[in-house]
Design a binder for this molecule. Structure first.
Ligand SMILES: Nc1ncnc2c1ncn2[C@@H]1O[C@H](COP(=O)(O)OP(=O)(O)OP(=O)(O)O)[C@@H](O)[C@H]1O
Length: 291
């Protein structure tokens, strides 16, 4: 017999929308015929213009909204939107919303982060362990007793993510987690995500930052008027027609790689430098140009 926690074959996505459609009450369809599979261990960047349906898609995936048509599968089985089905979905998939103030409500960071595990009815010791683990993952142990209303915006963002992490989800979904963070805050968040990924968490992130997507994700999902396209991040973000349709700009790394290739400096099949550091390493490995 298969228990709900039995790992499935690598080919089965953890969570998947199949031909999903959704419209808000009395509104036009926001999404229709969307196929979106989140495979274990992936880092997926969801991109698209304002109002294209990214938040809606993330809420459908995490059970915050119920799809109008199509299916939502968890480990290959259709999600039932009853209490049991939703609990199973929410212990597997956690969504961190865009605005931390929509998520934080307890008096202190520690209380807020403990809310989810306590709600699962876990023993006190287990709750304490999970809170500690989540605060460490987000590098905010020192903030445990701090009142949430006294936190900076970046601290509130990390506290909100810690609350989701304390649920030990297999899939962590974040809606624009780096928006409003300064460069240092973005780096700290990316370090935290790297730690979570190293411990096996699958991460899906909606973002408008194409440079971040190219650098961080292995897969991209791009919403445009033609629908949702998914695939390797470098392939999708190298597709000018798709970028135009989704009103995205070309990532810095892709522009640099094109220039280098045009000047015969980078082989057509060589990997693109995705960051200034990677460009630096590429340049350092080349023989000095001679007259
Ligand atoms: N609660 C709601 N009721 C009615 N319409 C809504 C609601 N929430 C979103 N919409 C509409 O659904 C569409 C998709 O919105 P959504 O927030 O999913 O887009 P988004 O891609 O996340 O946008 P952004 O990049 O601006 O955050 C928009 O036209 C929006 O106005």
């Amino acid at each position: 017999m298969t228990s709900p926690t039995t790992p499935t074959s690598p080919a089965t996505p953890v969570v998947e929308l199949v031909q999903a459609g959704f419209a808000y009450e009395d509104g036009p369809a926001v999404l229709s015929g969307v196929d979106f599979a989140v495979a274990e261990g992936r880092a997926i960047a969801l991109l698209g213009r304002n109002g294209s349906g990214k938040t809606t898609l993330l809420r459908l995936l995490s059970g915050g909204l119920r799809r109008g048509s199509g299916s939502l599968l968890l480990d290959g089985a259709e999600v039932t939107y009853d209490r049991k089905g939703l609990t199973r979905l929410r212990t597997t998939v956690q969504l961190v919303v865009q605005d931390p103030d929509d998520q934080l409500f307890a008096a202190s960071v520690g209380q807020d982060v403990s809310f989810g595990p306590m709600n699962l009815g876990l023993p006190e010791e287990e709750v304490r362990l999970r809170v500690r683990e989540a605060l460490e993952a987000l590098d905010i142990v020192a903030l445990e007793d701090r009142p949430t209303h006294l936190l900076s915006y970046g601290q509130r963002k990390r506290a909100a993510i810690a609350g989701a992490v304390a649920m030990r989800p297999r899939v962590l979904i974040m809606d624009e987690p780096t928006a409003g963070l300064d460069p240092h805050g973005q780096e700290r968040l990316l370090d935290a995500l790297a730690r979570l990924r190293a411990s096996g968490t699958t991460v899906v992130m909606a973002t408008h930052d194409v440079d971040l997507a190219l650098r961080w994700a292995d897969e991209a999902a791009v919403l445009s008027p033609a629908g949702l396209r998914t695939g390797p991040v470098a392939e999708l973000l190298g597709d000018d027609a798709l970028l135009d349709a989704a009103r995205l700009r070309r990532p810095w790394g892709t522009s640099v790689a094109r220039l280098l290739r045009a000047h015969g400096l980078l082989a057509p099949d060589a990997p693109e430098p995705r960051t200034p550091e990677e460009l630096d390493a590429w340049a350092a490995a080349r023989p000095l140009a001679t007259e």
